[in-house]
Design a protein around this ligand. Structure first.
Ligand code: ZN
Length: 271
């Protein structure tokens, strides 16, 4: 699933390429519309100009001068493609924003994960109002992480995935973060010492930035607006490496299930 780095990349690309554009038409294929209020969406989006694009956790929010915003969650395999950058034919298109000279398509995600809401009500959406701290926000430091960890009796892996605590980290980055921190995923969140919290904080920031620098993870379907894949998956140190030797110590990487999520780690390096 696209996580913070992948959504951050798409946010930046959308800001670079579609900011200020006017939506001439919204196209939703009738057989994909489901229960979506498409006429309302058309009223809110058509002839409106894109004024800003934000990321909230793992969601993209596209603001328009109509006073409405389009909230997009790509779920597991959603893709956004811009026709002026992408040569191919987008697959399973669910929604298209037609601009004067090109168009933005959203594919491979059910439209029930898309919302069009008045911009001033974004913060009231349940999926937004419950979001915790963004690890890339100014002020996210080890002290703040310590505050969020305090009293949390669950496993650190589950803590990292819980969007109410930290927003944007998912199953891929959580495993890579814990390997970078040399911390076993079953550690109880509230048991971390101050030096461990400092190390975890550094690992969170560095791993997410590493994902950004490598263009995101395309282990699944994530692509940039031009259809190009990221390369972070080529540098996974534990994720999806069951049985392969740890790059640090040579011990085979293990996979366990934590909170129902596949979790990869090195039993020797991570304590
Ligand atoms: Zn190891």
């Amino acid at each position: 699933m696209p996580e913070l780095p992948e959504l951050e990349i798409l946010k930046d690309e959308l800001k670079r390429h579609v900011l200020g554009r006017r939506v001439r038409e919204l196209i939703v294929p009738q057989d994909k519309a489901g229960d979506c209020p498409v006429p309302h969406w058309k009223d809110a989006l058509e002839n409106a100009r894109i004024t800003d694009v934000e990321r909230r956790g793992k969601m993209l929010v596209v603001h328009l001068d109509s006073g409405f915003s389009l909230v997009i969650h790509l779920m597991m395999v959603g893709q956004l493609l811009l026709s002026s950058l992408y040569d191919g034919t987008p697959s399973d298109v669910r929604l298209t924003l037609v601009f004067d000279s090109d168009q933005l398509t959203l594919g491979q995600v059910h439209l029930k994960f898309i919302r069009v809401v008045p911009t001033h009500k974004i913060d009231e959406l349940p999926e937004v109002s419950k979001l915790g701290h963004d690890p890339l926000e100014e002020g996210f430091d080890a002290g703040l992480l310590a505050d969020v960890l305090a009293g949390r009796r669950g496993k650190i892996k589950s803590f990292l995935l819980d969007q109410r605590f930290l927003a944007g980290i998912g199953n891929t980055y959580a495993d890579e973060i814990l390997f970078a921190a040399r911390m076993t995923p079953t550690r109880i969140a509230s048991s971390l010492t101050d030096p461990e919290i400092k190390g975890l904080h550094e690992s969170i920031v560095q791993t997410l930035n590493r994902g950004l620098e490598l263009g995101g993870s395309s282990e699944m379907a994530f692509v940039h607006l031009d259809g190009v894949k990221g390369a972070f998956q080529e540098q996974f140190r534990v994720k999806s490496r069951t049985g392969l030797p740890c790059f640090v110590c040579g011990t085979p990487v293990e996979r366990v299930s934590i909170g129902g999520r596949g979790t990869y780690f090195c039993a020797k390096c991570q304590k």
